[in-house]
Design a binder for this molecule. Structure first.
Ligand SMILES: NC(=O)c1ccc[n+]([C@@H]2O[C@H](COP(=O)([O-])OP(=O)(O)OC[C@H]3O[C@@H](n4cnc5c(N)ncnc54)[C@H](OP(=O)(O)O)[C@@H]3O)[C@@H](O)[C@H]2O)c1
Length: 309
């Protein structure tokens, strides 16, 4: 992509390419790239792979908690698991996955696993990726992200592209890149356009500007801290707008927030160590927010981020 004008031509070509990429054998044909298919509960990425739109986050979980939560998530119907080398729970994630496979709940191919290259591995990114695979006990991950901008992002991105070429990673993306300029920088050296940008994103920090910009490239935004993260959940769940909408639908505030994320075209990965919470979070496909409710939730945005990395 170096030297390519970033205005309309390339994104349109990429979207056309994604549109004509055939679905993998045995899978239902989903909506076009970047459009959420609520029946299949997936989105077609610009890489041609399908990604579940709702999953489990594993930050702060111990290996034992990750094992329990991953198993509970898969049992509840979730098919997306988000982890990272930095979280030090990839072994637990792998154990939960293997237990669910052994119990006949899922096959490996039905589960979408995301991990991330951590900053301390940025000068040995490919090795770091292989170590993630080893700890997870898998021979590929579905999505690998650069965890956050660093001093040698281009080299890390090359390693991600190399991993795609060698078949150990299926789609690649970036995390904690918040501005158009930061995305432009990545696009200036990317040979493979990122499929996903995973960022802090919640009621009070929606960053719709980046969403709109990224959409031109068929890039999907994924929300971390969908509930504001540990320490802010009470404020998010207790927001009067959310509480009123939840009561109207007979759903919980957590379910309304997740449903809003998905209807906004944003993938959500709520973190939890509690199987009852995980089952609740998975149960958001039997109701729909109205346009008026979506607008009221969008109006809560106050561009307030909790973290600065
Ligand atoms: N790329 C990055 O830099 C980055 C940074 C942060 C996070 N992430 C990813 O994003 C995921 C989500 O973020 P997060 O886990 O930090 O924060 P979060 O999902 O916003 O909130 C997690 C908190 O919500 C609670 N919770 C979950 N479901 C609930 C429910 N139904 N009812 C009541 N409470 C509920 C959890 O408690 P219980 O455990 O008791 O359920 C936990 O305290 C992470 O796990 C991680 O995978 C990525």
């Amino acid at each position: 992509m170096r030297n390519v004008d970033r205005k309309p031509v390339l994104p349109i070509l990429l979207l056309l390419l994604a549109l004509i990429t055939p679905a993998r054998a045995g899978e239902p044909s989903p909506a076009p790239a970047g459009v959420f298919d609520f029946a299949a509960r997936t989105v077609r990425l610009n890489s041609g792979h399908d990604m579940p739109v709702l999953g489990l986050g594993t930050w702060t979980l111990s290996n034992d908690q990750a094992e329990t939560s991953v198993y509970a998530a898969l049992k509840s119907g979730m098919r997306l698991i988000d982890t990272a080398r930095y979280y030090q729970c990839e072994k637990g994630v792998g154990r939960g996955l293997r237990r669910a496979i052994a119990d006949g709940i899922v096959t490996r191919e039905e589960v979408f696993i995301t991990s991330k290259v951590m900053p301390s591995d940025y000068d040995r990114a490919l090795q770091g990726i292989h170590e993630s695979l080893s700890d997870l006990g898998v021979d590929y991950v579905d999505l690998m992200l650069i965890h956050q901008p660093g001093w040698n992002d281009e080299a890390v991105y090359r390693a991600l592209e190399q991993a795609v070429a060698e078949g150990t990673v299926r789609s690649i993306g970036i995390s904690n890149y918040y501005t158009r300029a930061q995305l432009d920088e990545v696009l200036s050296y990317a040979n493979i356009v990122p499929a996903v940008i995973q960022n802090e994103n919640h009621l009070y920090y929606q960053n719709t500007d980046l969403q709109e910009y990224a959409r031109q490239y068929g890039i999907v935004i994924e929300a971390w801290y969908p509930f504001g993260g540990r320490g802010h959940t009470a404020e998010h769940f207790g927001d009067p707008v959310i509480a009123a909408i939840a009561e109207r639908h007979g759903k919980t505030p957590a379910q309304v927030i997740l449903r809003w994320q998905l209807q906004s075209g944003v993938i959500a990965i709520p973190g939890s160590s509690n199987p009852a919470h995980i089952a609740e979070n998975a149960d958001i496909f039997d109701f729909e927010l109205t346009e008026e409710e979506m607008a009221r939730i969008h109006a809560l945005d106050r561009q307030e981020r909790y973290e600065s990395w």
